[in-house]
Design a protein around this ligand. Structure first.
Ligand code: NAD
Length: 450
């Protein structure tokens, strides 16, 4: 790995024409391999809804690449202006330059998207890239290696396969930038490893993303949107709603609405329903069952009471007012379990959110401008999504990233280009002006200022 990195670091950045051409090739390769991507992830998961893979791992990336190709010639241009009047007519410029070789480490929950997205940004900025896909989804990792070898030369993009030990060694390489997507726990290890090389990091982490439903907001609308975001990929989404905060007297009606919209979307959870995904593996399935074991039976609302769990296929469950000290309320759930927490009012909900780690996304359901402004100003999160789940991830003009325990730095669209670039400051001294202001003796200057 080290030799490969040294070889790549000795090479110049990828020129703009080549970047545009390779991004176009990447676009075509993804288009042509839609079915292979669906099949690989499906095989890694036991079953992954084809519609979810198409949306989250094909269409989102195709749109991202298209947007990048369209705007890259402008993003890559230097921004130039005439210096401040004291230095006039000298000039200043900000010149985006490739950082060098970027490392990308990806998790298993969107194993293709979370390689292709950061890769698009890194290539757009002219970097060479080394990729370490997740070992939890090995078929997808192999496909990524094969497809990227078709699009890029090995000294442009190199894919490393392997387990956690390989991931550890990978994160210790002296990259010029490292973008890691994964858990907060491993994010801390990655940052420590990168610190030894002073490698700058972007950490795209997880945590508990709360949902807050305002007093007057339609429960039917909120439930429809929450069900969509929570059960997508069986809750294994970094920005999945983790739990809901709502006044106690509205909980019963919310549960009824959630039931209705869940069953509308997934009439059955059976293996014959292609639209519902499995939990990725037995270890995670057992982790989720373990969370439920700590909850008293009378708090568990099974939305499919007749369904018998099949291998790693877990039916959606609501938990009504769980103990705040339970693991369910202390850890990121990352599966099809939705706790509902009673609050007294908006202030109580805001206090609750502010007592926890800063979330990756905060969801707010409200049509009241004062409430929206208050939540925006009085809470801190990577992103705030009002009246809808998940789709903020697909907005090319919105930077995506966390804050505090949910991450640092961001990417997507232009922000991705900026993250993967060094914005070099350049000053051009004019031939007409000698800058006598900063040269000794300072007699005149002192007379003017003192
Ligand atoms: P993870 O942290 O276990 O693994 C992520 C990557 O880290 C993998 O490539 C793995 O090989 C590597 N890794 C694991 N242990 C390591 C170690 N000890 N040293 C070095 N590398 C190691 O995360 P996961 O289980 O694959 O993914 C789920 C987590 O990712 C959730 O917390 C989720 O919220 C988060 N996530 C965040 C985003 C985001 O954009 N913010 C997106 C998807 C997932």
């Amino acid at each position: 790995m080290h030799t490969q990195l040294n070889k790549m670091q000795a090479l110049p950045p990828i020129c703009l024409d080549r970047r545009l051409e390779r991004l176009q090739a990447l676009y075509q390769t993804i288009q042509q391999n839609k079915q292979n991507i669906i099949n690989a992830i499906n095989s890694d998961y036991g079953h992954r809804a084809a519609g979810e893979t198409l949306l989250a791992e094909v269409l989102v990336n195709l749109e991202d690449i298209k947007h990048t190709i369209k705007h890259l010639p402008r993003w890559a241009k230097a921004d130039q202006w005439t210096a401040d009047w004291k230095f006039w007519p000298s000039r200043c410029a900000i010149v985006p330059e490739a950082k060098g070789v970027v490392g990308i480490m990806a998790p298993w929950n969107y194993p293709f998207n979370l390689v292709a997205g950061p890769l698009t940004a890194a290539i757009a900025a002219g970097n060479r890239v080394m990729v370490k896909p997740s070992e939890v989804t090995p078929k997808t990792a192999e496909l990524i290696q094969q497809l990227l070898a078709e699009v890029f030369t090995d000294d442009e993009v190199h894919v490393v396969l392997g387990d956690v030990d390989v991931a550890d060694q990978f994160s210790r390489l002296p990259f010029d930038h490292l973008l890691f997507t994964g858990s907060t726990r491993v994010g801390k290890i990655i940052m420590r490893n990168a610190a030894d090389n002073l490698t700058p990091v972007t950490l795209e982490l997880g945590g508990k993303s709360p949902v807050l439903i305002d007093r007057n907001y339609s429960l039917d609308k909120a439930a429809k949107s929450i069900a969509k975001g929570k059960w997508f990929n069986a809750g294994q989404t970094c920005i999945a709603p983790d739990y809901v905060l709502i006044e106690a007297d509205r909980i019963e009606a919310l549960i009824a609405a959630l039931k209705k919209h869940t069953i509308d979307a997934y009439p059955s959870i059976d293996i014959n329903n292609d639209d519902f995904s499995c939990v990725v593996n037995t270890q995670h399935f057992e982790r989720l069952q373990g969370l439920l074991k700590q909850v008293p039976n009378n708090q568990i609302i099974d939305l499919y009471p007749d369904y018998q769990n099949q291998v790693n296929r877990m039916a959606p469950v609501i938990v009504n007012q769980p103990d705040q000290q339970s693991k369910l309320m202390q850890e990121e759930i990352f599966g099809p379990i939705l706790p509902i927490v009673a609050v007294n009012d908006l202030s109580d909900a805001i206090d609750y959110i502010n007592r926890g780690d800063k979330p990756l996304t905060l969801y707010l359901y409200s049509n009241n401008r004062t409430t929206i402004r208050r939540v925006k100003q009085q809470t801190s999160s990577g992103s705030l999504a009002v009246n809808e789940t998940l789709v903020h991830f697909a907005q090319q003009r919105l930077p995506f990233g966390g804050i505090g325990a949910s991450g640092m730095g961001s990417y997507h669209g232009h922000q991705g280009f900026v993250t993967m670039s060094h914005m070099k400051s350049v000053y051009y001294q004019s031939r007409l002006n000698g800058n006598d202001l900063v040269r000794a003796p300072f007699t005149q200057l002192k007379k003017k200022i003192i």
